[in-house]
Ligand binder design. Structure first.
Ligand code: 4NP
Length: 150
């Protein structure tokens, strides 16, 4: 059976689409299913932010086909691992947990690596450098996850 991994941020247009694309590029799709969602519904149905699409493209990853969706409690049934990009996302996901088994699935993405900080900064209001910065830290975390799952 496949391991199912869900990447979660606030809007599901900047950070988690990158995390979805990066992890997909590192795992065997026969073994691992990867998706992403946002804790807020502002951009449901939209494509990822152009700046995330561009930074992914610079690294040879196409995320332009992804569609934004909102995280929902049923995702606890569907997914084995739920990675939050920051502490705010983490606590918003936990608010929807129905029992301890749900809670156990929720992790902070950057707890997979030792960078000296544990939140992926929200790049939405910044410039392109912020997106490359996000790419680099998410890439390191996904490398670590992929080693465990492949
Ligand atoms: P994300 O970034 O959570 O990485 O997708 C954001 C995208 C949109 C908004 C905030 C953060 N927004 O306020 O619309």
């Amino acid at each position: 059976m496949k391991t199912k991994v869900l990447m979660v941020c606030l809007g599901n247009i900047c950070r988690s689409p990158l995390a979805e694309g990066i992890l997909k590029s590192k795992v065997d799709e026969n073994l691992v299913f990867v998706d992403s969602a946002g804790t807020a519904g502002y951009h449901v149905g939209n494509r990822p932010d152009e700046r995330s699409i561009a930074v992914a493209q610079n690294h040879g990853i196409n995320i332009s086909h992804q569609t934004c969706r909102k995280f929902e409690a049923s995702d606890f049934d569907e997914f084995d691992l739920i990675y939050a990009m920051d502490l705010s996302n983490f606590s918003n996901i936990l608010k929807l947990a129905r029992h301890p088994e749900d809670e156990k699935k929720v992790k902070l993405l950057l707890d997979e690596v030792d960078l000296g900080f544990n939140e992926v900064p929200d790049p939405y209001y910044g410039g392109p450098d912020g997106f490359e910065n996000v790419y680099q830290m998410v890439d390191l975390a996904c490398e670590s996850i992929a080693k465990k799952l492949n």
